[in-house]
Design a protein around this ligand. Sequence first.
Ligand SMILES: [Zn+2]
Length: 135
Amino acid sequence: MGYVQGDYTLQEAQEQVGKGWHGLLYELYMLRQFYPSVKVAQVKEKFGDLRFYVDGATEEWYNKATPIIDRSMNTCEECGRPGKIRPTGWVMTLCSRHYLRMLLFNKYVRRNKVRQIKSTLRRRQNANSRNSQRR
Ligand SMILES: [Zn+2]
């Protein structure tokens, strides 16, 4: 992930999103061959769908590209299978398998975060009680 100046290559575009959307990007780049004025300025996932920002687009390009881009809203970003928008802490488009995996992962992260906070508090309390004993 990084900022790419100017016109993204297909590979640079694919590096910005999950594997499941690489096919959509491939289609967009095939289409782009017929529209040399189109420059890809930015590619990213936002609120569960693919954002494909271009310069120099014509209305005809938009009419053809929009249905491809919109398919990201029902394509799992992880594997490319049929998916839908899921509230995962951040919004992602996922199939049920990857949604379940994400939920389990979030639970794991939350549990560890709670553990971390608890041990930090304990360390602070111990430090405080040591300090007060010294006084
Ligand atoms: Zn999936």
